[in-house]
Design a protein around this ligand. Structure first.
Ligand code: LMR
Length: 343
């Protein structure tokens, strides 16, 4: 390609875009989990679609497993334009001043994935992305991981069993409050440091969906896992706004299609990935897996319910009410399905 054409590409990219010698626009997509997780696989699917639909005018470079940046650093790198795309978990937006994202960390607020999708894909999701816009970030999609399970080196059935444990959490005030309500001492730590911290006993336990737990080999260093499904972990796929808006319109449109398709793919595989990871954890026989009884789960739920009131002023009463209204709507729909039909 002629030098002038390359130069045009570079200039059209604004301050944060990078074109290589072949004139391809580079998207560096950094993330912190393993390639064989729901997020890792969907990033790969996005790369394939983005390159195909733009006829290779876009090249997506994926950097998994915190290869480039850890949790907090990757958000700073996106804002400065050192990388163009990320998919941080919703628990990691608080430190940049977008605490509303912590609605997704609220324990027992979402009864199932359907409720989560209705919240993300509705007004709440729109409000969250509008908030990011003021921070030089454009939100493209919400991706799932799944419901979190609690792990440690001791069995955890009743709330009292958790008392005094030290647990790693993501950088979310809701998660910190959740752990404190359970009598746990929370320690914020980057994802890439969790395995070693568990191995060395810096922390006793952690919470994550099973796909993250298994792909980081945490089962090697955690004797017990409780299927508590107490909270959710999902992602916001984000791009640097200057980069995004500086893209030629036809490329942006192709990338939007690629994102839509990879989002459908991601949401489709997430639950199965977690189910497969659970089967692998059980087969490895290093971790005893326990499922809370309904009575135990009700006790955890009762202990954590007051967090909704406590965080209304931070997250927004309207957002929490919308999520609760959607949850109520879903349980009405479920009840209607199970009711015998009137003749
Ligand atoms: C964690 O830090 O536990 C997760 O957010 C990692 C991830 O991105 O799934």
């Amino acid at each position: 390609m002629k030098l002038g054409v390359v130069l045009m590409f570079v200039l059209s990219m604004g301050i944060t875009g990078v074109a290589n010698a072949a004139g391809e626009i580079i998207i560096k997509f950094s993330h912190v989990v393993a390639p064989d997780t729901p997020k890792g696989q969907a990033a790969e699917r996005f790369k394939q679609l983005a390159e195909k639909l733009t006829h290779n005018r876009i090249k997506v470079e994926i950097y998994p497993n915190s290869q480039l940046y850890k949790d907090r650093e990757e958000i700073e790198a996106l804002q400065s334009g050192a990388v163009q795309m990320l998919a941080p978990s919703m628990a990691k937006f608080g430190p940049m001043g977008a605490r509303e994202f912590e609605i997704f960390d609220m324990p027992f607020l979402f009864p199932n994935q359907d409720a989560l999708h209705r919240v993300m894909d509705g007004d709440v999701g729109k409000k969250l992305f509008a908030k990011l816009d003021t921070k030089g970030i454009t939100g493209l999609a919400f991706w799932d991981n799944g419901f979190k399970q609690m792990s440690s080196n001791k069995p955890m059935h009743s709330v009292a069993d958790l008392k005094g444990l030290k647990m790693r959490i993501q950088s979310s005030k809701v998660l910190s409050a959740q752990m404190k309500a359970l009598g746990v001492n929370p320690q914020v730590m980057a994802f890439s440091e969790v395995y070693t911290a568990l191995q060395q006993g810096v922390v006793d336990g952690t919470e994550n969906p099973v796909s993250n737990f298994y792909t980081q080999k945490m089962n090697e260093v955690q004797k017990h896992m409780t299927m508590s499904n107490h909270g959710y972990l999902g992602y916001a796929v984000i791009v640097n706004k200057t980069f995004w808006e500086g893209l030629p319109a036809d490329i942006r449109s192709a990338l939007t299609t690629a994102m839509k398709e990879s989002t459908a793919f991601e949401r489709d595989i997430a639950q199965k990935d977690n189910d497969d990871a659970l089967a692998n954890v059980i087969a490895a026989k290093t971790t005893t897996v326990y499922t809370l009884t309904p009575a135990e789960r009700a006790e955890w739920q009762k202990t954590l319910l007051p967090l909704q009131k406590e965080f209304e002023s931070v997250i927004g009463t309207d957002l929490i009410q919308s999520a609760n209204a959607i949850a109520a709507q879903i349980s009405r729909e479920q009840a209607a399905k199970t009711l015998p039909k009137n003749k």
